[in-house]
Design a protein around this ligand. Structure first.
Ligand code: KG4
Ligand code: ZN
Length: 363
């Protein structure tokens, strides 16, 4: 498409309510005209995790105001946008219904096309907006609900190379934190404590080490943490710090080994001329993990792309951008009968693994 397009995006698949206006220029570059995110963290903190009913209600209460805010910050009226994009899966069904119905209503009222976007596609294409990255590239998505290695070959063309066979990585951080009496969400709490700990004190396992598959597993590590903690009860603060440091060390080493195999495959199969690895998801905020992946990429000849944290975690910019990429390629818009899907793998060819995505919550 040779013209400039502007899209209003809506994201409500988990515990962030978000709206954004994104512009795609004729040369393929993009601009974020506005992005507003309302995090429901406080509403869920007391429960130590996301409560679907609370999330759905909070989306209903926040969404209209956020859309107004996104439009006014972008200084764009609803009649000036070219299309409406809403996340329609995967995620918590109550939230998806709220966002997609709102998107449909706006599309119907303004007679604009509607794009029902896969949340994972949003994460997958963000690096093209932030870094103008060319296809193909690898995407490591590590969040509270997903841990996947995807080959991104083009818009709508994804191949899943690996996934978790049990817990998502963010979930492993959250469960470890809970076990040690740390705050939710666990990732930042564990990372903070780890700074004061001795990573060599406990020798925790590296699940699937040496396995030829490109998958991930974290539940064995979680069990090892529990067993280690049980031998030390009552835990002193230094014990907690040492467990956090040892846990983070085991995770980092595991990621180096697991992700390294995907990078090797990319090189061996000569998938692309300019190898690149993109990280996305909340866990990408972890400094030690970032540095380890950066180092791994340097050693294996990959460009390492880490979009700004605000665009790695859930947001509506990525939903609007995914729709812009689709629209630019003349992909068909969705009809108003489109239904939200709590499960929706990006790569429909990949068999779902036991336990994978059982929370179906966030990506
Ligand atoms: O992408 P995200 O904000 O939400 C979804 O899951 O969609 O990711 C949240 C997850 C949580 O499990 C949280 O504990 C984890 O990302 N996380 C971290 C860090 N910051 C957030 N994990 C490790 N280290 C961090 N600094
Ligand atoms: Zn996500």
């Amino acid at each position: 498409m040779e013209t400039t397009i502007r899209i209003l995006g809506i994201e409500t698949s988990c515990d962030e309510t978000a709206a954004a206006v994104v512009q795609r220029n004729a040369d393929g570059s993009g601009e974020i005209l506005s992005s507003v995110v309302f995090s429901q963290l406080e509403e869920h903190a007391a429960f130590g995790g996301v409560v679907p009913e609370i999330a759905a209600r909070a989306h209903v209460e926040a969404l209209d105001g956020l859309i107004e805010q996104a439009l006014s910050q972008a200084e764009v009226s609803l009649s000036e946008v070219d299309a409406i994009a809403a996340t329609s899966g995967p995620g918590l069904i109550g939230g998806l219904i709220v966002g997609l119905m709102t998107g449909k209503a706006l599309a119907a009222a303004t007679d604009k096309p509607l794009y029902a976007i896969n949340h994972l596609e949003g994460h997958a294409l963000t690096a093209r907006l932030t870094d103008g990255l060319a296809f193909p590239y690898l995407l490591l998505l590590v969040s509270g609900g997903h841990t996947q290695m995807l080959l991104v070959r083009g818009v709508g063309d994804y191949q899943r190379w690996g996934t978790t066979i049990d817990d998502a990585l963010g979930e492993a951080f959250d469960k470890t934190a809970k076990l040690l009496g740390l705050d939710y969400p666990g990732g930042p709490a564990v990372e903070r404590m780890a700074l004061r700990g001795d990573a060599k004190r406990f020798n925790l396992p590296m699940p699937l080490r040496g396995d030829k598959r490109l998958d991930f597993s974290f539940s064995g590590l979680k069990t090892a943490v529990r067993q280690t903690a049980q031998t030390l009860v009552p835990l002193a603060e230094q014990d907690v710090a040492d467990i956090c440091a040892s846990f983070q060390h085991a995770i980092t080493a595991t990621l180096r080994e697991r992700v390294g195999r995907s990078l090797d495959r990319f090189n061996e199969e000569r998938v692309g001329q300019a190898p690149a690895l993109v990280v996305a998801g909340g866990v990408a905020a972890n400094q030690q993990i970032r540095l380890a992946l950066q180092d791994l990429c340097r050693k294996k000849g990959f460009q390492f792309v880490a979009p700004p944290i605000a665009l790695c975690t859930d947001n509506a910019v990525m939903i609007a951008w995914a729709a812009a990429e689709r629209m630019a390629l003349n992909f068909a818009a969705d009809g108003l009968e489109v239904a939200p899907r709590s499960r929706w793998p990006l790569d429909e060819q990949s068999a779902s693994l036991i336990g994978h995505g059982k929370r179906g919550a966030k990506a």
